[in-house]
Write a protein that binds this ligand. Structure first.
Ligand SMILES: NC(=O)c1ccc[n+]([C@@H]2O[C@H](COP(=O)([O-])OP(=O)(O)OC[C@H]3O[C@@H](n4cnc5c(N)ncnc54)[C@H](O)[C@@H]3O)[C@@H](O)[C@H]2O)c1
Length: 470
């Protein structure tokens, strides 16, 4: 990112409280929040709280959920929440999306799956870039934040200030200022005893949990090096519509713009990078160096496909990074978006006594002396289990917070992008202090986000050796 960015703040109006008010029949929000706020371990004896289970028995234990970002994952997350195996008294009561079309599509899909658990009348359907603020003004107890990652720090902070329990998708930020904002908001969430879950579903898959426990128990000895892969053919493109502003085009095609997705090393590969940190006992790397670029998914390729040069946005189609952990262990990370190439979504650990191989959505295997010694098949889908676990914690009034290690996973991926974009060795301590803020000058449809399109309709991408990436 050669562009110079200062710390740009949204205009004051953007931070003002929402003007609308929406009301839900039933227990008052204040009353419910008192009842569902999680008990601090040490505060149990002094805090006059009613456990949700007892609230439920008294007939007022409904957990009211609002969905922000009603795309593919938001729709899935809402269904997972409504179908959770731990706490049946849940209802989706509000939806917010930047655009009307996905909101309606999502509402229909959720209603089809969970007809008894959806109560989202037109006055609790909010559209626009400020829709999340209107949703937060509703009487609800939990929000699912599933909009593009660039909005996450701002929306998470607002949700915590409003006193809502949160499920938010990964990654949780796209730049270092966003990472710091997540950590600060999470400190407040802990003070308020709010539950915070993050969509790192692999943390909730039995095969990952059991093999990583075996690694921590010494099954493969001290770690020498790790490998992580998220190689795929790439993702969707949403054609530019007539009369769309540049902001509308970029938000619609969020994947291809760094201020919105962080690039695919952050958006997708963060899953594997989190597993790497988890294997390293929730440490993060101290340094990274790498390379990457735009080799196949180029503006010329997009033009030849009839999509226009802007269809590939500004992100790379491959990144390779060597990360170093505090004890000197190396982690080699690969992610690629090139059709027709070798695909892999997997994590690998190599120790002095053996190795471990984990397929993201497949089996996990332990190896010693060239022989497979143990294997786990994939059990339940972590996307459902992560919701079961979250609601189980709420039902038990147990503290639940996944945001600190999730933020470090996001920052690990951002560190990797800083390395591939710049071509330099980047230290964690420098990266987290970065003032390079990618957010747009305003959150309005007529604002001009970075990057600006070139005269030929394409967008510039980072140039290693020239780009200042942190
Ligand atoms: N955990 C997983 O396995 C997994 C899988 C897929 C996606 N995700 C994550 O979920 C998030 C969404 O991805 P997706 O695949 O659903 O994308 P998507 O494009 O299908 O959905 C995103 C939705 O957010 C809406 N949106 C955009 N800006 C918004 C704003 N400011 N406020 C409210 N809504 C806004 C869009 O209109 C769209 O409907 C991303 O962070 C992605 O990384 C996680």
């Amino acid at each position: 990112m050669s562009r110079k960015t200062s710390i740009s703040k949204p205009p004051a109006a953007f931070h003002q409280g929402p003007q609308n008010s929406c009301h839900l029949s039933g227990a008052s929000r204040r009353e419910f929040l008192q009842k569902t706020t999680l008990l601090a371990a040490g505060a149990a004896a002094t805090t006059p709280l009613v456990l949700p289970r007892m609230v439920h028995a008294a007939g007022s234990g409904l957990i009211r959920i609002g969905l922000v970002g009603a795309g593919g994952r938001g729709t899935g997350a809402a269904i997972n929440a409504l179908q959770n195996a731990s706490y049946p008294e849940v209802k989706l009561v509000a939806i917010a999306d930047a655009f009307a079309e996905p909101l309606q599509r999502s509402l229909k899909a959720i209603q089809n799956q969970c007809p008894q658990k959806v109560d989202v009348p037109p006055d609790r359907q909010f559209v626009g870039l400020d829709a999340y603020q209107k949703l937060l003004a509703c009487e609800l107890d939990m929000v699912l934040l599933c909009s593009p990652p660039g909005f996450r720090p701002m929306q998470f902070e607002a949700a915590v200030k409003a006193g809502k329990h949160v499920f938010m998708e990964k990654p949780v930020a796209v730049d270092a200022p966003g990472y710091r904002r997540i950590l600060a908001a999470n400190a407040l969430a802990k003070q308020k005893h709010l539950a915070v879950a993050v969509g790192h579903h692999l943390r909730h898959e039995t095969k990952h949990q059991e093999i990583i426990q075996r690694i921590h128990d010494g099954a493969i000895g001290p770690i020498q090096y790790l490998r992580a892969y998220f190689n795929s053919g790439g993702v969707w493109f949403r054609p530019r519509k007539k009369d769309q502003t540049e902001m509308q085009f970029q938000v619609s095609n969020w994947y291809y713009f760094v201020w919105l997705s962080g690039d695919h090393i952050v958006e997708q590969h963060v899953h594997d990078l989190d597993v790497m940190n988890w294997i390293m006992r929730d440490q993060h790397p101290v340094e990274a160096q790498g390379m990457g670029g735009r080799q196949v998914r180029t503006p010329e390729w997009a033009e030849a496909q009839g999509m226009g040069r802007g269809a590939v946005g500004e992100i790379f189609d491959h990144h390779t990074v060597e990360f170093t952990y505090p004890d000197g262990a190396k982690m080699f990370s690969f992610c690629r978006h090139q059709p027709g190439t070798w695909m892999s979504f997997s994590e690998h650990a190599h120790g002095v006594k053996g190795s471990a191989a984990i397929e993201g959505h497949g089996a996990a295997q332990l190896w010693t002396d060239g022989k497979k010694t143990q294997e786990w098949k994939r059990d339940k889908d972590g996307h459902q289990v992560e919701m079961d676990d979250l609601f189980a914690a709420l039902a038990a009034s147990r503290e639940y917070n996944e945001a600190d290690w999730a933020a470090n996973a996001t920052m690990t991926a951002i560190l990797g992008r800083m390395a591939t974009y710049s071509g330099q060795v980047v230290r964690w301590d420098d990266a987290v202090q970065s003032q390079l803020d990618l957010s747009p000058p305003a959150y309005t449809w007529d604002a001009q986000p970075q990057p600006k399109p070139l005269p030929d309709g394409g967008y510039p991408c980072a140039t290693p050796g020239l780009t200042k990436a942190w």
